[in-house]
Design a binder for this molecule. Structure first.
Ligand SMILES: Cc1ncc(COP(=O)(O)O)c(C=O)c1O
Length: 376
C-alpha cells in the first residue's frame, strides 16, 4: 500500500514538474528521451522478430557489427546486454588469447585503483576499490592495480604474468579524470614493448560523447579490445566487446555466449543510433557545442572561485569539481529543474544528450549560475 502511494506521488510530481535531464541515464540516452527516430526503429522491429538465439546470424546484428568494425580499429564484435558483461567479456578474451598461445600463466589484468568497470564479482575486483568489494566475500584473484597517473608504478606492476592493462579512457565514476593523450600513447608503447594487450573501457566515454566516436581517437592510439555499452543503445540495453582479428581468433564457437546479447530489438536500435551519430556534422556539432559549454562553465568557475574548483572532461562528459561535497549542490540544481549526478572527488557529472540544443545548454548554465550565487 505504502509503495503504491509512493509511486502515485512520484507520477504526479513528474507530471507537474519538467526537468532538464543532463544525466541521461548516466550517459545512456545519447539522443535524449523518446527520440522519434529510435521509437520508429524499435516499433518497426517489434512487429517482426523480437528474439532468436545468437547461434543464428541476423541481418540487424550483422549490419551493426559491420558498421562498428568499418568505423573503428576492430575486426570483430561480440554483442552483450550491459557494460559489465562487455568488460567481463574483454577480460575473458585477453586471458583466452594468451592461454591459446600456450602461455597459461599470463592471465593477470592490471587496472587503475578505484576505477569502475561494472558490478559483477569480477568487475568489482577489477576496480580495486574497497567500497565496491566490501561485504561481497572472498576477493577474486587475477587483478593488479596502480594509482592513476603513477607511471613508475604502472611499469613496475606489469610482469610476465600480465595479460592486459584495462583502463577507462576517461574515468567516469572516478570523477571525470581524463587520461592525457600523451599518457595513452605511452601506455600503448609500454603494452607493445611488454607484449601485453590494451583494453580501453569506453562504456561511458564512447559512442560520440567526447566529440569523437571513441574517446581514445583523440590520442590517435589503437587498442586491442574495447568494451562498449550505454550510448550505443540510446536507452535500450546493449553491450559489446570490440576486438582486433588477432585476439578475436581465439574466441572460437562455444568459448563465450549470451542468450539475449545481440537480439533483434537491440540491434535495430543500435543501428538507428549509429544512423544519427554517423550523420554528417553530428559529431562536429557535439564538438562545437561542448566547447561552448566548457568555456561558459570556466567563466562560472572564475566568477565563483570559492565554489567551483575545476571544470573537467571532454565533449559532453563533463565534471564540475567543487571544493566541498557536491550532494547539496546537486539537490539544489534538481530543485531548479536541472538533473545532474555525482562522481568521486566532489564532482558534479553533467551529461547532456549528444543532440542537446544551445538553448538547453544556456538554460542549464543559468540554473548552475543561480545555484552558485546562493550557495554557501
Ligand atoms: C566505464 C564503465 N564500465 C562499465 C560499466 C558498467 O556498465 P553497466 O552498468 O551497463 O553494467 C560502467 C557503468 O557505469 C562504466 O561507466
Amino acid at each position: 500500500m505504502l509503495l503504491l502511494k509512493g509511486k502515485v506521488v512520484f507520477c504526479i510530481q513528474l507530471m507537474v514538474k519538467k526537468y532538464l535531464d543532463f544525466v541521461q541515464g548516466i550517459a545512456v540516452n545519447s539522443l535524449g528521451h523518446a527520440n522519434s527516430y529510435l521509437v520508429k526503429a524499435i516499433n518497426n522491429q517489434s512487429k517482426k522478430i523480437w528474439h532468436v538465439s545468437n547461434a543464428f546470424i541476423i541481418p540487424e546484428g550483422e549490419r551493426l557489427a559491420k558498421r562498428l568494425t568499418q568505423k573503428t580499429f576492430a575486426d570483430s564484435v561480440i554483442f552483450q546486454n550491459s557494460g559489465t558483461e562487455a568488460t567481463e567479456a574483454a577480460i575473458k578474451v585477453a586471458r583466452r588469447y594468451f592461454y591459446s598461445m600456450g602461455n597459461k600463466k599470463k592471465n593477470r589484468i592490471l587496472c587503475i585503483k578505484n576505477s569502475f568497470h561494472g558490478r559483477t564479482i569480477a568487475a568489482i575486483n577489477a576496480s580495486g576499490s574497497k567500497k565496491m568489494t566490501e561485504g561481497f566475500g572472498p576477493k577474486v584473484g587475477g587483478f593488479d592495480h596502480f594509482e592513476f597517473g603513477n607511471h613508475r608504478q604502472l611499469k613496475k606492476k606489469i610482469t610476465n604474468k600480465t595479460a592486459a592493462v584495462m583502463v577507462e579512457t576517461i574515468m567516469g565514476e572516478g570523477g571525470i579524470k581524463v587520461i592525457p593523450n600523451w599518457c595513452l600513447r605511452e601506455l600503448r608503447r609500454i603494452c607493445n614493448k611488454k607484449k601485453v594487450l590494451l583494453i580501453l573501457d569506453e562504456v561511458q566515454c564512447g559512442i560520440g560523447r567526447t566529440g569523437k566516436f571513441f574517446a581514445y581517437e583523440n590520442a590517435k592510439v589503437k587498442p586491442d579490445i574495447v568494451p562498449i555499452a550505454k550510448g550505443i543503445g540510446g536507452g535500450f540495453p546493449i553491450g559489446a566487446v570490440l576486438m582486433t582479428k588477432k585476439v578475436a581468433s581465439v574466441m572460437t564457437a562455444g568459448t563465450h555466449g549470451s542468450t539475449f546479447g545481440g537480439n533483434p530489438l537491440a540491434m535495430s536500435v543500435g543501428n538507428a543510433v549509429l544512423d544519427q551519430i554517423f550523420k554528417k556534422g553530428f559529431l562536429s556539432n557535439v564538438n562545437k557545442l561542448s566547447k561552448y559549454f566548457h568555456a561558459e562553465l570556466n567563466k562560472l568557475k572564475k566568477k565563483f572561485p570559492k565554489i567551483i574548483k575545476e571544470v573537467r572532461g571532454v565533449g559532453f562528459l563533463i565534471g564540475l569539481q567543487l571544493f566541498k561535497n557536491q550532494t547539496i549542490f546537486i539537490q539544489k540544481l534538481m530543485d531548479n529543474n536541472l538533473l545532474t549526478i555525482r562522481a568521486a572527488d566532489n564532482v558534479v557529472r553533467i551529461l547532456p544528450p549528444l543532440n542537446v540544443k544551445k538553448i538547453e545548454i544556456d538554460l542549464a548554465l543559468k540554473i548552475i549560475k543561480k545555484v552558485c550565487s546562493t550557495y554557501k
